[in-house]
Design a binder for this molecule. Structure first.
Ligand SMILES: CC(C)(COP(=O)(O)OP(=O)(O)OC[C@H]1O[C@@H](n2cnc3c(N)ncnc32)[C@H](O)[C@@H]1OP(=O)(O)O)[C@@H](O)C(=O)NCCC(=O)NCCS
Length: 316
């Protein structure tokens, strides 16, 4: 493979092979080496084309000049959500391992920025900055967005003028550690309850409207909520993986009740419910500067499986 040509999927989007090629690139580029969950062409097609953010002119692709094979893609979108300033976003960039170090990712991001600029965008987020998560969060099914998941990728964004925003850690728990967490003694005087969260009542629900969220609460005798934890089954990924995994969207403890072990108890209770429902593991993202939460997850038995950074570019 010697040369590549950049284009967009604008004229290809109705072609089923387009999503097949995209899935092949994603699975080859992101799953084995970076631990992302695999996708199928059907999954991609459904999630992308159903989204109101879908614009095939913003999916940039690089193809091998000789074979026509897809070597990589960058997925740009315009984020227009009620709770977030309108901006462009490079949602995902991937290049198959055998075509790396040839400037393809840099060129794809550059092309995505040009396409977004043509559509009037003056700020572009790169690789994810929660809560700006219209597409890929649902594709990879994993709690908050990963951001730019590798140092190499961060360099590629930097070459296009992006600067780092915020780092986050990707944590997981499974196997014996999950059983140990679920087996912790809960304070006898407290009550626990779990219920499905009604959809579309807050911007959070709005974002996660397809995510089948369950709230787990730890309450005092009067019913006051001391701590809560929200989980969601990672169905698409689980179907492909064969094991049912859950993501954690939020853990919270009332300010007046912190450092009393309530969040840990609530996590333990959520882990019990997840195991009861056949779950084999839990995954989450947490901002790297959130020391209390990282302390909590470490104590609970979560282990780091990746690090990510969001990046942004402001155009004059
Ligand atoms: C993170 C949070 C849920 C912790 O709640 P909590 O009820 O105070 O936590 P716990 O009392 O169960 O603490 C369990 C362990 O977590 C760690 N931890 C909790 N707070 C900590 C802090 N401020 N600094 C360092 N470690 C901390 C400790 O290891 C602690 O065990 P220890 O008290 O025996 O040392 C709470 O600070 C919170 O609601 N923060 C805002 C929401 C948030 O950031 N959620 C996480 C998003 S991913």
């Amino acid at each position: 493979m010697s040369r590549f040509t950049l284009g967009s999927t604008g004229h290809l989007a109705k072609d089923a092979d387009c999503f097949e090629s995209m899935a092949q690139v994603w699975n080859s580029a992101c799953c084995k080496s970076h631990g992302f969950f695999p996708v199928t062409a059907e999954l991609l097609k459904a999630h992308m084309t159903e989204s109101r953010h879908w614009d095939p002119e913003l999916v940039m692709i690089a193809r091998d000049d000789e074979t026509g094979r897809w070597l990589g893609f960058a997925h740009a979108v315009i984020v227009n959500e009620p709770y977030y300033p309108v901006c462009g976003s490079i949602e995902a960039v991937c290049v198959v391992p055998e075509a790396r170090c040839k400037g393809i990712a840099t060129a794809l991001i550059g092309a995505g920025c040009v396409a977004l600029r043509k559509k009037g965008m003056t700020r572009i987020d790169g690789g994810g900055s929660w809560p700006n998560c219209p597409l890929y969060a649902t594709l990879i099914d994993g709690s908050e967005r990963a951001g730019v998941a590798t140092a190499e990728m961060a360099k590629v964004f930097a070459k296009n003028g992006f600067v780092p925003d915020r780092k986050s850690l990707r944590l997981r728990i499974a196997g014996n550690a999950l059983f140990r967490l679920a087996a912790l003694d809960l304070p006898e005087e407290l009550k626990t309850t779990s219920f499905s969260r009604a959809s579309e009542t807050t911007w959070l629900d709005y974002c996660f409207r397809r995510w089948d969220l369950t709230e787990h609460h730890l309450c005092d005798a009067s019913g006051q909520v001391l701590s809560r934890c929200i989980t969601s089954p990672m169905r698409d990924a689980s179907n492909l993986w064969g094991d049912l995994w859950y993501s954690i969207f939020a853990v919270f403890c009332a300010v007046a009740h912190r450092r009393k072990g309530y969040a840990l108890s609530c996590l333990s209770y959520a882990a019990r419910k997840v195991l009861e429902d056949g779950g084999k593991g839990l995954e989450l993202h947490v901002l790297a500067e959130n020391a209390p939460a990282i302390g909590l997850y470490t104590k609970a038995g979560f282990r780091k499986v990746g690090i990510a950074s969001s990046m942004s570019l402001v155009l004059s």
